[in-house]
Ligand binder design. Structure first.
Ligand SMILES: Nc1nc2c(ncn2[C@@H]2O[C@H](COP(=O)(O)OP(=O)(O)O)[C@@H](O)[C@H]2O)c(=O)[nH]1
Ligand SMILES: [Mg+2]
Length: 238
């Protein structure tokens, strides 16, 4: 008789949030429903990590508090401030980082959980199997440029570094420190964990390009300087 030994895991989903009163409740409840129904997930918690909001995000998050939904708050700005705050609270051995607007689907776990022999499983927009629609040429060129820059500066081979859905073995954060507070933290995570011998793997996600995304002309110079700064910092030059 063939027995199927699917390895069940427990996950702490960390959702960084700022100014999201319009969708935070729906999105957190969507995430919870998914986790509840996923047979490969044993236990779960959702840590909603809110930064000082100009709107009612924190009030809404507080009301969502339950045995499995844990709102935490920080004053300091930055996506990685929120993520790091969540990692400290997280109690399970796998962490899922997930953007609160669900621009990347929690359903990436369907595939990601099949690969827990790896240490970081990235829901990737740029591997075979991804269906993407209507992505402007300028945007494609920009993404390619960024990937090439990170490859040259940090030796990282991953195709999607910045994506906001990753499954990460929590023990990694006992062995490396993320110094960045904004969004370069993703590059720092992949770079430092690779140096410690951890291995990443990319699974394709369903990804629809959204017009709400940052304009390339605004983002490009910022990203360029931020990534150079991280490189200099990790060389110990600044
Ligand atoms: N806690 C916290 N979350 C943030 C902050 N800035 C962005 N986020 C969250 O980080 C995620 C990604 O933000 P987004 O604006 O979509 O950035 P992008 O997709 O990288 O351009 C979303 O879930 C935001 O709500 C912040 O300063 N603090
Ligand atoms: Mg986004």
């Amino acid at each position: 008789m063939k027995v199927n030994f699917t390895k069940k895991v427990s996950v702490s989903v960390v959702v960084p949030v700022v100014n999201a009163e319009k969708f935070i409740k729906n999105n957190v409840l969507h995430i919870e429903k998914y986790l509840k129904n996923n047979k490969n997930i044993e236990k779960y918690e959702i840590i909603v990590s809110v930064q000082t909001s100009k709107d009612k995000t924190w009030d809404i998050a507080k009301k969502l508090k339950s045995a499995t939904i844990k709102p935490v708050f920080s004053k300091k700005k930055g996506k990685w401030v929120g993520l790091k705050k969540g990692f400290v609270v997280a109690k399970y051995s796998w962490i899922v980082m997930l953007d609160s607007d669900l621009s990347y689907p929690i359903e990436f776990l369907d595939d990601a959980l099949k690969h827990t022999e790896f240490d970081i499983i990235i829901g990737s927009r740029y591997v075979k199997g991804v269906e993407r629609h209507n992505i402007p040429v300028v945007r494609k060129f920009f993404s390619w440029g960024y990937r090439t820059l990170v490859r040259v500066l940090f030796g990282l081979r991953e195709k999607d570094i910045q994506v906001g859905c990753k499954l990460i073995r929590k023990e990694i954060f006992r062995n490396i420190e993320i110094t960045d507070d904004s969004w370069v933290g993703d590059t720092e995570l992949l770079y430092k964990s690779k140096k410690k011998g951890y291995i990443s793997f990319e699974v394709p996600i369903d990804y629809g390009y959204s017009l709400n995304e940052l304009s390339v002309s605004k983002a490009a110079p910022k990203m360029f300087f931020a990534i150079l700064k991280l490189r200099l910092k990790l060389w110990g030059l600044i």
